[in-house]
Write a protein that binds this ligand. Sequence first.
Ligand SMILES: [Cu+2]
Length: 145
Amino acid sequence: MKVYLAFMQALCAVLLTGMSLAGLACEDLDILDAWVREPPPNAGVAAAFMTFRNRGLAPLQITQMASASFASAAMHETVTSGDHVHMASRKVVPIAAGEKVKFEPGGLHVMLMQPNRPLIAGMTVPLEVTCETGTRRFDLVIKRD
Ligand SMILES: [Cu+2]
């Protein structure tokens, strides 16, 4: 019995250590004011906006986004050069320790492609955000602006 207990304690220690080393997925990442602009009926795309805050003491990077409600999701930036406006894709969005990064109309945004159901104001859709430590799920509210 004593041997068994010692073994269980050792196993727990290993599990706990392993967990603290790996950390929780994006645990220092907060999402504020997250919303999706209600698109016109039958639109193939929608845009999402939010503010991310890094509460941690180390920089972090958002490397990927996805949503179970859409065929795909991508980070985009609206770029204006002269009188041309286009969207550039962003593979990585870094957030310094203690800083915020805003995804807002006319700037960074999340492009959501091919919704799998109608998007109506008041509904929520999930957003999976991947950073170095894993993938974290947030909810986005669909709003009419
Ligand atoms: Cu875009």
